[in-house]
Design a protein around this ligand. Sequence first.
Ligand code: HEM
Length: 225
Amino acid sequence: MTSFSALYDSTLGKKYIMALTGAGLFGFVVVHMLGNLQLFLGPEPLNRYAVFLKSKPGLLWGARLGLLLLVFLHILTAVQLTLRNRAARPEKYDRSKPYRASYASRTLFLGGLALFAFVVYHLMHFTVGTVDPSYLKLRDAANRHDVYRMTILGFSHPGVSAFYIACMAVLCLHLSHGVGSAFQSIGFKNKQTAVWIDRVSKILGVVVFLGNSSMPLAVLAGILR
Ligand code: HEM
């Protein structure tokens, strides 16, 4: 027990927590994106899938609580690590040394906050129905919640779609850096693997950006209606 709390308190332990919770959240983002891409297959598969997801309330709420715990731990640990970093920083920067942190690294923390705000808006938009309560009342011919129509209506507002695409760019940046940094934390990154890990992280970020942005873009372009 003592060794567990010592590990939890250590910077390395916190980096492991960031890596593991980040991996779990990344898994959710990819599975959610693949599920949502059924939008391109039409209302039937997407609405059937949405009913399937909600057909086992125990599983659904277990997954929701798990997700909430991952988000909570990921943010709490990010704040703790940032405060520690700040406390350990020398009074003045040594300006003779080049600043090597990438753009993504410097914006990782702010990007994370922006993504949290996005998720809050997204839940109000498509899950709780605060943005437009009529979205949750939409029914298809089989009297199922018409998630297809809700998504099309949601993305037919150019401002809302632009906001989603901008948030997906932030997510892309966050993943491009976060995935690489997770591999570093678990000790997989070394001189030989670094180039590949960074390359794969960037590719994953871009794939998630393109997959998610394709949906609002297709609605705006009139391809999905
Ligand atoms: C364009 C991209 C996206 C689309 C089209 C989309 C679509 C949806 C839809 C339709 C729902 C409600 C499902 C239902 O009630 O049956 C939903 C829920 C949700 N989405 Fe997304 N989503 C997108 C991106 C994201 C991203 C990037 C995240 C996280 C970073 C995310 C996180 C969530 C969460 C946490 C829920 C609630 C799941 C639950 O019911 O517990 N979504 N999304």
